[in-house]
Design a protein around this ligand. Sequence first.
Ligand code: ATP
Ligand SMILES: Cc1cn([C@H]2C[C@H](O)[C@@H](COP(=O)(O)O)O2)c(=O)[nH]c1=O
Length: 209
Amino acid sequence: MNGCFFSFEGPEGAGKTTIISKLERFLREQGMTVLTTREPGGVRIAEAIRSLILNREYTEMDGRTEALLYAAARRQHLLERIVPALEAGCIVLCDRFVDSSLAYQGFARGLGIEEVWKINEFAIDGYMPDLTIYFDLDPRIGLERIRHNAREVNRLDLEALSFHDKVREGYRRLVERFADRIVVIDASRSLDDVFAETAAVVLARLKGR
Ligand SMILES: Nc1ncnc2c1ncn2[C@@H]1O[C@H](COP(=O)(O)OP(=O)(O)OP(=O)(O)O)[C@@H](O)[C@H]1O
Ligand SMILES: Cc1cn([C@H]2C[C@H](O)[C@@H](COP(=O)(O)O)O2)c(=O)[nH]c1=O
């Protein structure tokens, strides 16, 4: 496999989508082939699962059902979109991947990081990002940011602040556990500063291949 797989993680409103879009433009300007995608979603079946999981009407959804749906969406997305792009030598920029499941369902929902890892192991079958960039931000700031943009409020956004605090704590545990894969970026700074650091980290990883 010749490509390089980057995933981007963080709480709501951390700036992942904005930075990925700037990074995609920047890397293309340098002549690189880039695929930008997102989870849950990225392909037809996974986008359908996304609509189901994030639908605000499904307040009765069980935590394990939620975790399994994210894993199912991931499986389809990986096979249909990520793996073919990596095999074609693309740089893949993925807005969320398995760490979201570990932080949100494993830690914040209380299902257990190990348990959620197990179902995801089955789904991803050995494929992991080469590098994960985690945008660290107080969820109060992130939620305030998205209150001011046009993005639709989804079922997860409506969780209590204590849930979003747990998501951050979950990510912190993942950073400790996967220190060689996850790079932490302080996302509370200006967009220009966050982008400059992200681009530097990504370029360094690409050079080191
Ligand atoms: N560093 C920053 N400083 C101030 N505002 C920012 C910064 N980064 C992003 N924003 C703004 O915050 C909002 C959320 O950004 P964005 O959609 O990129 O976040 P996200 O991490 O993809 O969020 P989500 O996962 O909730 O969809 C946007 O309006 C964006 O313009
Ligand atoms: C992949 C994944 C996502 N989530 C949560 C995180 C967000 O609240 C939504 C996705 O929407 P966004 O546009 O990225 O904000 O779903 C999750 O809980 N578990 C996952 O595996």
